[in-house]
Design a protein around this ligand. Structure first.
Ligand code: GTP
Length: 301
């Protein structure tokens, strides 16, 4: 079996219908939950399986002209620069057409590295007449030639399957990026890992923020309504492990407490958080994997 997997970024103005579309393609629960956390830097919004393809939807704040270098570094650090996805889908509202916001996004898209596949999805087609739609599609394609144009209604479900099937064929041949049994709660796992990562960064200041990754290895919903979460903090050098643990494990304990409190508040239920620190010397090599995908790791340094 040839599998495919890749990242797809849904972009568009606020209210364009990104969440609604995600709900359709991924499953309602995931999108609603992640919607609450625009401010966190967790990038993954959901994963859809379509045939033998795994489509990973990412958020892309700061994709277009981040105002400050810090924004760019934050975005890059959060999800290893995956803001640059394999496929970008621009959502435009049919009845609003080419607004100033859409123009700005188009400019950003035109500046993107060549070779990136960009598709257009005109959404909310239930709100306008056919002829107007065709004129809008033509206008947009004159401004930027899209690889493909879709007419959809995320809310009614029109055209959504076509879009998903097309994306499934566009993502590159690759092993799946996530185990199938983790797909449903993957965004939650990522968010929880990101929260722990943030506590580490706050606590350790400049010492090693970009040389570690946090992964949620296990997530168990308990009968009493609490969640047991196991996370591993990977550091690239043995020496870092000591810094992280601190004297008598003080540092890691404080980090764990702060992270647990934040995750519990986010989930709105008690959390048992178990942190483990492991040395993974080849962690930096994984950066190479992302560069292969056209992503820039230098931004996170
Ligand atoms: N009529 C119509 N309304 C839609 C359609 N898709 C989405 N909407 C509505 O548009 C509004 C915004 O949809 P969202 O999915 O929240 O938009 P979003 O792009 O995620 O918005 P932000 O999170 O603010 O960026 C909601 O009220 C949706 O119900 C559609 O196909 N037709």
């Amino acid at each position: 079996m040839t599998t495919r997997a890749g990242f797809v970024a849904l972009i568009g103005e606020p209210n364009a219908g990104k969440s609604t579309l995600l709900n359709r393609m991924v499953g309602a629960k995931v999108s609603i939950v992640t919607h609450k956390v625009q401010t966190t830097r967790a990038r993954i919004r959901g994963v859809a399986m379509a045939g033998d393809s795994q489509i990973v939807f990412v958020d892309t704040p700061g994709l277009f002209r981040p105002r400050r270098r810090l924004d760019r570094a934050m975005v890059a650090a959060a999800w290893g620069g995956a803001a640059d996805a394999d496929v970008v889908v621009l959502l435009v509202e049919a009845h609003r057409g080419v607004t100033e916001g859409v123009e700005t996004i188009l400019e950003g898209l035109a500046d993107m590295p060549k070779g990136r596949t960009v598709a257009l999805a005109i959404n909310k087609i239930d709100r306008v007449e056919g002829p107007r739609l065709l004129a809008l599609a033509e206008d947009l394609n004159n401004r930027l030639p899209f690889a493909k144009t879709f007419m959809i209604s995320a809310e009614k479900g029109y055209g959504v399957e076509d879009l998903r099937d097309w994306l499934a064929g566009e993502v590159p041949e690759s092993p799946w990026l996530y185990p199938e049994d983790q797909i449903a709660d993957l965004p939650l796992r990522m968010i929880a890992a990101e929260m722990t990562r943030e506590k580490l960064t706050l606590r350790l200041h400049q010492e090693l923020p970009y040389q570690l990754t946090v992964e949620t290895e296990n997530w168990e919903e308990r009968k009493d309504g609490s969640a047991r979460i196991d996370q591993v903090i990977y550091v690239s050098r043995a020496g870092h492990k000591g810094i992280l643990l601190g004297k008598g494990g003080e540092t890691i304990k404080a980090i764990s407490k702060a992270a647990r409190e934040e995750i519990a508040a986010f989930l709105d239920r008690p959390v048992h958080l178990f942190l483990q620190v492991k040395v993974r010397e080849n962690w930096q090599d994984e950066a190479a994997r992302y560069s292969e995908m056209g992503l820039d790791f230098r931004d996170s340094n």
